[in-house]
Design a binder for this molecule. Structure first.
Ligand SMILES: Nc1ncnc2c1ncn2[C@@H]1O[C@H](COP(=O)(O)OP(=O)(O)OP(=O)(O)O)[C@@H](O)[C@H]1O
Ligand SMILES: [Mg+2]
Length: 213
């Protein structure tokens, strides 16, 4: 994807680890500095994708198989990549995505047990080979995640899975971040939001020097 002059950042981690909080802080500072920033979330981020999101998270859909779940995520991603992410990157914008393919690998591939290769194979067409330039994995223990989620009003279908599922998600992220250590940066998400933000910004300044950050 050498023709893409933009920069693609993704945030990953267990539910409630602080992804949305950090994306908001990063978006604000980048916009203040004059960058063109596009923020999207998965699943969703497009009109079609948001409709598919409702099917995925609906607690009434208890019969959904892991395979169907994985394909729905991939369908959302296919729409998001071609409708929003690639055009923005082609225009030289910074794209920040709240979750991307790594979530699919961890949740459906590793925690649900479909396997990493199966998810990668499903997604070959969905992502047309697009990968993030950098990924921040906000590492928060399952206990910490549950504590933060207790502030949430109602949990969706994925969030209401049991402790063991969330532990497999956590373990999956640790495995994936070690395997892709050149791309995935692990951040201690137990720290205060402002400190995490500073750390992320420092890392980005290091790798986006040529873009004047
Ligand atoms: N570093 C932090 N320390 C303590 N609390 C935090 C921190 N970051 C976020 N929070 C709080 O934890 C809760 C979850 O944060 P946030 O919504 O950013 O997480 P998330 O990863 O986007 O969650 P989800 O996966 O459910 O979308 C919010 O109430 C937020 O204010
Ligand atoms: Mg969020």
């Amino acid at each position: 994807m050498t023709e893409l002059s933009g920069f693609f950042i993704t945030f990953e981690g267990t539910d409630g680890c602080g992804k949305t909080t950090q994306i908001k802080l990063l978006e604000n500072i980048l916009k203040e500095k004059g960058y063109d920033v596009v923020c999207v979330r998965e699943p969703g981020g497009t009109t079609i994708g948001e409709k598919v999101r409702q099917i995925i998270i609906d607690r009434d859909n208890s019969l959904m198989t892991p395979q169907t779940e994985a394909l729905l995520y991939a369908a959302c991603r296919a729409q998001l990549v071609s409708e929003v992410i690639i055009p923005a990157l082609r225009d030289g914008k910074i794209v920040i995505s709240d979750r991307f393919l790594d979530s699919n690998i961890v949740y459906q591939g590793l925690a649900r047990g479909l396997g990493e290769d199966e998810i990668l194979s499903i997604n070959q067409r969905a992502t047309v080979g697009l990968a993030p330039d950098i990924t921040f994995f906000l590492k928060l223990s399952v206990e910490g995640s549950i504590k933060r989620k207790s502030n949430f009003k109602e949990l969706d279908r994925l969030e209401s899975e049991d402790f063991n599922f969330h532990q497999r998600v956590y373990d999956g992220y640790v495995y994936l971040s070690r395997k892709n250590s050149d791309r995935i940066i692990t951040i201690d998400a137990e720290k205060a939001p402002e400190l995490i933000h500073e750390e992320i910004l420092d890392i980005l300044k290091g790798i986006m020097k040529d873009r004047g950050l």
